[in-house]
Write a protein that binds this ligand. Structure first.
Ligand code: ADP
Ligand code: MG
Length: 240
């Protein structure tokens, strides 16, 4: 396979394909266009079809700046939009996607991108950053609405799962993402992730993305616990 590789603000794009080729919901496609992205990056052009058409779990190692955020946000949003079309309007669904990150700052960054992507489908996909600095009472109120996608740190999610009875329903969860998984582990969140695992639905009903700029053996335990024969994608700086 050969690709034309061009750098757009540091992200290496794959102009052998387009976002249209992924057959995304038109509301999501329009939002991507609005941001100004025309071609996917390499990690996006590989991860998105694997996740959407083949329903694969993915472990991806790709350099900082390679576009990992959209590589998982697009499949998460598209999967949820497709699911929403199969259930009755107004039917309760609980949380459908969880994105875990190592820090509150990163939670805010990912949340900002997520907000832009759900701009035209915010009725179907409500989002919440549980690690922002809102008070617990405001957070509790927002959680009662059962937002479809939650972003936050593992520590905050576990805290909510353990202390706020019934505040987050994960029975219908479709997607679990751990972004910057190397840092998540370095920061000591392994135990929290294991405990979060006890609240999740069966692996066969859940798609998992583990994303990182570096990967080492520490990830094996997470892979065993959360992934089902994942596709392993590795993009090193030297390869692009
Ligand atoms: P990573 O998480 O791999 O470090 P990001 O998802 O933060 O990378 O993306 C890095 C930069 O590339 C961001 O500024 C983002 O807006 C930009 N970017 C992402 N996808 C594309 C794309 N398809 N085309 C052009 N720029 C993109
Ligand atoms: Mg990133």
């Amino acid at each position: 396979m050969s690709y034309e590789k061009k750098s757009v603000e540091g992200a290496y794009i794959d102009d052998s394909t387009t976002f249209e080729a992924f057959h995304l919901d038109s509301r999501l496609l329009q939002a991507i266009k609005n941001i100004g992205f025309q071609y996917p990056t390499l990690i996006q052009s590989h991860a998105i079809p694997l996740a959407l058409q083949q329903k694969r779990d993915i472990i991806a190692k790709a350099a900082t700046g390679s576009g990992k955020t959209l590589a998982y946000l697009i499949p998460v949003i598209e999967t949820i939009l497709e699911y929403k079309k199969t259930i009755d309007n107004g039917e309760e669904n609980g949380t459908l996607g969880i994105i875990l990150v190592p820090t509150r700052e990163l939670a805010q960054q990912v949340y900002n991108v997520l907000e832009k992507l759900v701009l035209y489908c915010s009725k179907d996909i409500r989002t919440l950053n549980i690690s922002s600095d809102m008070s617990d009472s405001v957070l509790s109120t927002l959680l009662m609405d059962q937002p479809e996608i939650i972003v936050g740190t593992p520590g905050k999610l576990l805290d909510l799962l353990q202390t706020k009875i019934n505040s987050i329903s994960l029975n219908e969860l479709k997607f679990l993402v751990v972004d910057e998984v190397d840092l998540v582990l370095t920061f000591g969140y392994q135990d929290d992730l294991n405990k979060i695992g006890e609240y999740l639905p069966l692996k066969k009903n859940l798609q998992t993305f583990l994303m990182s700029a570096t990967l080492n053996d520490d990830i094996q335990a997470l892979k065993q616990k959360f992934c089902r024969s994942p596709a392993i994608l590795k993009f090193n700086d030297e390869e692009i």
